[in-house]
Design a protein around this ligand. Structure first.
Ligand code: HEC
Ligand SMILES: [Cu+2]
Length: 349
């Protein structure tokens, strides 16, 4: 038989590994355990309530069990069979009624939260309406009331309800910002799903596709950037009246127009259904949603470097994505670097 000490030695590394694994789950803002808005807070409160109830039940049951194990142990020289008891009306009522009460205590707030989550704010005049479209492997955000379409970064004003309308152009995706709300699917059958959340504080919240949608599903990230009402209006204004920018070098501008703008839209061009808008890409949090434009972070890099990484080989960043390699479009390495520099400098006022 294994001695207790040995068992402990064997369990220790496993416990440590498990702890590390769980710590990994809480990394950054991709965690439901650090809610940053009212919708996520209400689900977190339910989690805390159910865990509290579970812990109380566990403590009571194990205390009674331990008491019984010790108190009614077979004693030395005790050979007769103890008195046999079958059925106890009192006990049976007790252990039926207590769980019933616990289930009711859990059910009331759960039903309340579920109904509150059903309020999608689609008829709310004050809400910001955003049409979210999932694409393999990027997110498109259309602000219908403003005539603005963007990609990857969802800019929202703090405190306002955001009324989402979700759909997809290809397969099933799921729109998920763990610190702000639960998941919502984008259905391929053409139906539209609606829901709403809000972010009271300024900040950048990480979002992810939560439904396996192809080889680059794991890279289908986006950011929710919550800014002041003023900054939001400014952003909308600069997206609505963008300068027509083009690379300075006329030959490069021609290449960019013919090779890139066949799929992508910039400035006042109508939104493209096949590729993310590149308007103001220099101001975004990430390139292609996944290459973080932040060289102060270990997992980030300067935007120019990220753009070069993407443009020199998009398939190495997101396998299976729908952008062809610019080299196959006849662009030289210098031309690709030139376009990367132009895009890095294409910021919003
Ligand atoms: C056939 C259509 C197509 C062409 C042509 C094309 N792209 Fe793309 N591009 C895409 C798609 C689709 C994506 C989104 C990939 C993803 O994230 O899954 C993309 C993504 C990008 C991104 C990242 C966008 C973001 O929101 O962060 C950049 C930058 C980009 N393309 C630049 C270019 C440049 C420069 C050219 C010309 C050399 C070009 N593209 C040509 C389809 C195209
Ligand atoms: Cu997806």
């Amino acid at each position: 038989m294994m001695k207790i000490g040995q068992a402990g030695k064997r369990l220790l590394p496993m416990t440590a590994a498990f702890g590390l694994l769980l710590a990994g789950c809480g990394r950054e803002d991709l965690s439901v355990l650090r809610p940053q808005g009212p919708v996520a807070e209400s689900s977190y409160a339910l989690m805390k309530l159910s865990i509290a109830i579970m812990i109380v039940v566990l403590l009571v049951v194990f205390s009674i069990a331990t008491y019984v194990w010790i108190r009614f142990r077979r004693k030395k020289d005790q050979n007769e069979i103890p008195k046999q008891v079958e059925g106890s009306f009192k006990l049976e009522v007790l252990w039926t009624v207590i769980p019933l009460i616990l289930v009711v205590v859990l059910a009331i707030p759960t039903v309340k939260v579920v109904f509150a989550a059903g309020n999608d704010h689609s008829d709310d005049k004050d809400a910001i309406k955003v049409k979210v479209t999932g694409h393999q492997y990027w997110w498109e955000f259309e602000y219908k009331d403003y005539g603005v379409t963007t990609a990857q970064d969802l800019i929202i004003p703090t405190g306002k309800h955001i009324a989402f309308e979700l759909s997809t152009t290809d397969v099933l995706h799921s729109f998920w910002v763990p610190s702000l709300a639960g998941k919502m699917d984008t259905n391929p059958d053409g139906t539209v799903n609606r829901f709403s959340f809000s972010a009271p504080n300024e900040g950048v919240y990480r979002g992810k596709c939560a439904e396996l949608c192809g080889p680059s599903h794991g890279f289908m990230e986006f950011k929710v950037k919550s800014v002041s009402g003023e900054a939001f209006e400014k952003w909308i204004a600069s997206m609505k009246a963008p300068e027509s920018v083009m690379p300075d070098d006329p030959a490069l501008a021609e290449k960019f127009k013919s090779q890139c703008l066949s799929c992508h839209a910039i400035g006042s061009m109508p939104a493209s259904p096949v590729a993310p808008s590149l308007t103001g890409i220099g101001s975004r949090e990430a390139v292609a949603g996944i290459l973080l434009n932040d060289d102060t972070r270990e997992d980030g890099a300067p935007i120019l470097e990220n753009l070069k990484t993407w443009l020199h080989d998009p398939q190495s960043v997101k396998p299976g994505n729908k952008m062809p390699n610019p080299k196959d479009m006849g662009l030289s390495d210098e031309e690709i670097d030139g376009i990367a520099e132009f895009l890095a400098g294409y910021t919003l006022e």
